[in-house]
Design a protein around this ligand. Structure first.
Ligand code: DAH
Length: 344
């Protein structure tokens, strides 16, 4: 009998030492398996009690049950202590330092294209132009035919135009088809409209050209509109957009929908005309195309060219933003680099 009691005491001591060394939940689980589980040391002893004589069994049995209860209690206490420690540790690790300064949320702002577009629209509105919306998807007829492009004009060819899967429907390559929409909406009333919006061209993307970009188109039609009205309008625009006292110059050019046609330059905003890198030593920066509305286009819009005349102009919005803010790569506008977008 004594050897049984001794063995019980031995297992108890060993178990208590081992439990004190268990530092985490998995270790306590292992300890439970080692002593109290189905194959545990105490369980093995308890199982052997059957070999004792009936007179010895009650005493040893009571002692064994006491050890078992004691160890179960010790385990529960150890587990509670470990859980409390683990909680403390994770609270310390994930603790919030309320004395740290807050993180400022980034402020959103208008995209640089829209900043420039609003500025240009505001200037032109003051001169009596009103914004007219026109579609980004056009028929071949509106984008080219009604604007007096000859049927074999190179701009119609595959390399310039994005086609849709619907025959004859294309993405507009410029805002000029809006001229026809506006004229057909208002003829024979005089009009002064601007048409800002997206254009698409199937071009290689480079620092100077994107396949999607914005233009703003202007159109004035009335009974006595002259080329000097066009000059005055554009000079006023250039002075408000690029600074008081700016000069503009007209160079003869060709567009199918205007006659005469011109390209318009402003004296270099960086060097004032002396010649620099921005103006490539010419002293001038090209800003837009313009001209007097071609009689055929007036007619297509519903105006009698014998009674009405008009001027039109069109310019790239990103180009104006680039000149004004010294941006040298148009790809920056639509590559979603927040370092660029936050700067301009
Ligand atoms: N549509 C022309 C282009 O995309 C720009 C243009 C030139 C528009 C002359 C006009 C104009 O209204 O009169 O290149």
């Amino acid at each position: 009998m004594n050897t049984w009691i001794e063995q019980l005491e031995q297992v108890q001591t060993e178990a208590e030492t081992a439990l004190a060394g268990a530092q985490n939940t998995p270790a306590t689980e292992q300890w439970h398996a080692d002593y109290l589980g189905r194959k545990g040391k105490l369980t093995a002893l308890l199982r052997g009690l059957g070999q004792l004589s009936p007179s010895e069994r009650p005493l040893v049995g009571r002692q064994a049950n006491q050890v078992k209860e004691l160890l179960e209690g010790a385990l529960a206490a150890r587990q509670a202590a470990i859980a409390a420690e683990e909680l403390q540790r994770s609270l310390a690790a994930e603790g919030i330092d309320v004395t740290l300064p807050g993180r400022r949320p980034l402020l959103g702002k208008l995209h640089p294209t829209h900043q420039a577009m609003r500025e240009m629209v505001d200037i032109l509105k003051q001169m009596g132009f009103q914004v007219f919306d026109s579609p980004e998807v056009e028929s071949d007829e509106y984008n080219f035919g009604l604007l007096n492009f000859p049927p074999d004009h190179p701009a119609r060819e595959m390399q310039d135009t994005f086609f849709t899967t619907t025959p004859n429907l294309i993405l507009r390559t410029h805002t000029s088809p809006g001229q026809i929409h506006a004229m057909r909406r208002y003829a024979p009333e005089p009009i002064r409209v601007i048409l800002p919006g997206k254009c698409f061209r199937n071009e290689d993307v480079t620092a100077r050209s994107e396949m999607m970009f914005y233009q703003i188109e202007g159109l004035a039609v009335g009974r006595k509109i002259t080329f000097s009205d066009l000059k005055g309008t554009l000079l006023n625009f250039a002075n408000q957009m690029y600074g008081e006292g700016r000069q503009i110059r007209f160079r003869k050019s060709y567009f199918p929908f205007t006659e005469p046609s011109v390209e318009v330059d402003v004296d270099c905003i960086l060097c004032g005309g002396a010649g620099c890198r921005l103006c490539k030593q010419t002293g001038w920066l090209e800003i837009l195309g313009a001209g007097m509305v071609h009689p055929v286009v007036l007619q297509n819009g519903g105006y009698d060219p014998a009674l009405f005349s008009g001027f039109a102009f069109g310019m790239g919005i990103e180009r104006q933003a680039m000149l004004k803010r010294g941006i040298d790569d148009i790809r920056l506008f639509y590559s979603n680099d927040t370092r660029f977008l936050a700067r301009v």
